[in-house]
Design a binder for this molecule. Structure first.
Ligand code: LMR
Length: 328
C-alpha cells in the first residue's frame, strides 16, 4: 500500500514537473501605430528586451508596430477587452475616456519639450495618469515624441495660407477647433491612412512631429513644412486595470521598473530623433522648410489661442495654470 502511494506521488511529481516545463510564458502584447525607428517603436522593443531578460521563461512581450494588430480606431477598446495589454496612444486620442488630457492639445501652450516634461512630472501632471481609472484604464507613464509642425503642398507662412485647406488631424476636438480657428478644414483620420490621403491629395496637409513625418515619409508627398512648434505630440503608456491588478505584485514591480527604464530610453531617442529626422528631411530635398519670423508666428498664436477659452471648463483653469507655470 505504501508502495502504491509512493508511486502515485512520484507520478504526480513527474506530471507536475513536466507541466511546469511545458508552461508557456505569459504573453504581454504591446500594440502601436508608428514605425520601429521612432521613440515609441524603440521604447517598446527596449521594454521587451528588459522584461524578457528579467523574467525569462515567465513573461514574453510581443510588439506589434505600424497598426499591424490594432490601429487608432480600436486599440483602446482592445485594451479594455484584454486583447492587448499595453498601448501608448498619443495624448490626443483619449477624448472618449477623459476630457482632462485635452490640455496637451491646446495650441501654443508649452514653450518646448522641457516645459512639457516639467508639467508631466509635476503633481498636476502625475494626477492625469489616473484620469481614466474609472473607465478601467491605468496610466503607467508619459513618453515623449516632440513638438508638432504643419505640412502642406503650399508654403504656410500665415494662418490665411491654410484657409479652405483640408488637414488630417488626430481624433481630438481641440485640434479640430485649432484648424477651424484659421478657416481650414480638419479631417479626423487614423494615422495608418495619412500617407495615402496625402499622396492621393484627398487632403492637403497634416500636422506632426519630425519623427512621424520622417518615418512615415509624409515629407515625400508634401512640398512644404512650416516649423511652427505649435503643439505637442506625446504619449501615455496605458494598460487595463484588469490586466495590471491580475499580475502578481513581485512581477508587476519588475514590469513597471522595466517600463520606466524603457520610457527613459525612449525619451532620449525622442530628443535625438527630433533633430536627426528634421535634418534627414531637409537633406532629402523633397520638401522645403518654411521658417516663421517672430511676427508671422505671432499671427498663428493670435488666431489659435482663442481655442483655449472654449475648452477651459472641460480641462480646468487650474490645470491650464499649472501647465503654464511649467514654461520658464
Ligand atoms: C498621429 O496619429 O499622428 C500620431 O499620434 C501617431 C503616433 O502614435 O505618434
Amino acid at each position: 500500500k505504501l508502495f502504491a502511494l509512493t508511486k502515485v506521488t512520484a507520478l504526480a511529481a513527474l506530471l507536475g514537473a513536466s507541466f511546469g516545463a511545458l508552461a508557456e510564458p505569459v504573453e504581454i502584447k504591446f500594440s502601436h501605430v508608428v514605425a520601429e525607428n521612432t521613440p515609441k517603436g524603440q521604447m517598446a522593443l527596449k521594454f521587451k528586451s528588459l522584461v524578457e531578460e528579467r523574467l525569462p521563461g515567465e513573461y514574453k512581450v510581443s510588439v506589434f508596430p505600424n497598426s499591424q494588430l490594432f490601429g487608432d480606431n480600436n486599440e483602446l477598446a482592445a485594451l479594455l477587452l484584454n486583447d492587448v495589454q499595453l498601448v501608448a496612444p498619443s495624448l490626443s486620442k483619449f477624448e472618449r475616456y477623459t476630457k482632462k488630457l485635452q490640455i496637451f492639445d491646446l495650441p501654443f501652450l508649452f514653450d518646448d519639450m522641457a516645459a512639457v516634461d516639467r508639467f508631466q512630472q509635476s503633481e498636476a501632471g502625475q494626477k492625469l495618469l489616473n484620469s481614466m481609472n474609472r473607465k478601467g484604464i491605468v496610466g503607467l507613464g508619459y513618453l515623449h515624441n516632440g513638438m508638432k509642425q504643419f505640412s502642406a503642398n503650399n508654403p504656410l507662412h500665415l494662418p490665411k495660407d491654410a484657409e479652405g485647406e483640408k488637414f488630417r488631424i488626430m481624433a481630438s476636438d481641440v485640434i479640430a477647433a485649432q484648424f477651424d480657428a484659421i478657416g481650414a478644414i480638419p479631417v479626423k483620420k487614423p494615422f495608418s491612412e495619412v500617407f495615402t490621403l496625402l499622396q492621393t491629395r484627398a487632403i492637403d496637409g497634416q500636422e506632426n512631429t519630425w519623427s512621424n513625418t520622417y518615418s512615415k515619409k509624409f515629407y515625400e508627398v508634401q512640398s512644404h513644412i512650416t516649423e511652427s512648434n505649435h503643439g505637442v505630440l506625446d504619449y501615455m503608456v496605458v494598460t487595463s486595470d484588469t490586466f495590471w491588478k491580475g499580475l502578481p505584485k513581485d512581477k508587476r514591480d519588475v514590469i513597471k521598473k522595466s517600463l520606466d527604464e524603457a520610457i527613459a530610453f525612449g525619451n532620449e531617442i525622442a530628443a535625438a530623433k527630433d533633430e536627426e529626422d528634421k535634418q534627414a528631411i531637409l537633406a532629402s530635398g523633397r520638401s522645403t522648410l518654411v521658417t516663421l519670423t517672430p511676427a508671422q508666428r505671432q499671427q498663428w498664436v493670435n488666431a489659435m489661442k482663442p481655442v483655449w477659452a472654449k475648452f477651459e471648463d472641460q480641462i480646468g483653469k487650474d490645470m491650464i495654470e499649472a501647465a503654464l507655470a511649467a514654461n520658464k
